[in-house]
Design a protein around this ligand. Sequence first.
Ligand code: URP
Ligand code: ZN
Ligand code: ZN
Ligand code: ZN
Length: 510
Amino acid sequence: ESNQFCEAGIGYGDSECGIASSSSSKILIKGGTVVNAHHLEVADVYVEDGIIAAVKPNIKVGDDVTVLDAAGKFVMPGGIDPHTHLAMEFMGTVTIDDFFSGQAAALAGGTTMHIDFVIPVNGSLSAGFETYLGKAKRSCMDYGFHMAITKWDETVSREMEIMVKEKGINSFKFFLAYKGSLMINDELLLEGFKKCKSLGALAMVHAENGDAVFEGQKRMIELGITGPEGHALSRPPVLEGEATARAIRLAGFVNTPLYIVHVMSIDAMEEIAEARKSGQRVIGEPVASGLVLDDSGLWDPDFATAAKFVMSPPIRAPGHGKALQAGLSTGILQLVGTDHCAFNSTQKAFGIDDFRKIPNGVNGVEERMHLVWDTMVESGQISVTDYVRLTSTECARIFNIYPRKGAILPGSDADIIILNPNSSFEISATSHHSRLDTNVFEGRRGKGKVEVTIAGGRVVWENGQLKVVPGSGNYVEMPPFGYLFDGIEKADAKYLSSLQAPVKRFKATT
Ligand code: URP
Ligand code: ZN
Ligand code: ZN
Ligand code: ZN
């Protein structure tokens, strides 16, 4: 199988990987339908030195230019995955995909940038940041960082400022779950929200009630339910709804924008819908697994099969995924991530006797673009321009790197895919490019195929072959005060002036 390259354990620096056969720095993509979130037209795209130089019909070039025929195909911005965990230490182990293997997989699936979560080292943000820069050294596509906040003191507060002002981080994730490890309490959440607001950084929340999850887990173990199904049973949708509602209300109280990661349930989505209806700035990110899978796999009698579906919040009962799809198509939810967090069956087997020890996480970075195309565009739920918005443009806008990323426009980075709507894809662990020995989407097939991926102006995926160069990916700094912060200070001024009346009344009576 020609798609298969570099299985786990084999070095990537050798020649069978196709490394260093990088193509010319000038590329012309001819005759495709160029799709942006705002507009779609038949045009040529000319790329020079990693940047899109021109987008218009009938571009003429010399013979030193690589020409790709895109007639009848869609030419779109490469996918941006807002949510991955590469080389992450978690639950006593490390994810099997590092920055190179995870990114190679991403490129084979049409994703050309991802934003990963830096986990602080012993609570130190700067140590965490340096560690992650080290992990990302062999990157073969562009990447950015969010950062998790797992404790609170003066140092953390000061370091958040350094991360935003000097290191290119504009978002922080707070975990309301994982009691005893990453979980924080409401007091910390409020401090974090205030700090985020003052820095123009976006607060992100993993919304599950960790104390109640802990109780739910105890309940399952007492009942003798130790298998993977206990994972879903111990943390039902109501706990996701509760934490989502709490985070939204506290963000509203602070008046700072909020991003809910991995929205997995109707319960959570309803809270987001209600908040958005009231005018609050809340972003909802469903992930590939939550959109297209259901929880039935967790009941599979084969442990390895069931355990591969374990992630948090859990993949829900049938119906939730369909509802999340509808949420995307109607604007309740704004973009699609993956939460790619790959643990192989040996790692998953840590929890063979106790679901609480199964490392949480599923794959998706390679599959997201195909799954969203097939599930949402092929089914008629969204337009092709919507597809670009949900998989790329909106992420670039939220994290303030648009139109460098997320657009096919002159001056934008040449991160481009060519998708053939008449071809088809099939997902399998035997042909995917992740180091995982399983695939949570095993056997799934559908219409649409990413035939070419261009990253940083290089053709890195073509004819089922990856040509990736370690070290060719760049760290993308993301500036604070993205569009979600526009007008926040006006609302604050209005609130403060509304307090003038009670302040005066108090002064007059004392
Ligand atoms: O199960 C999951 N989601 N693992 C990754 C960590 C997280 O909560 O995002
Ligand atoms: Zn190799
Ligand atoms: Zn999470
Ligand atoms: Zn995650």
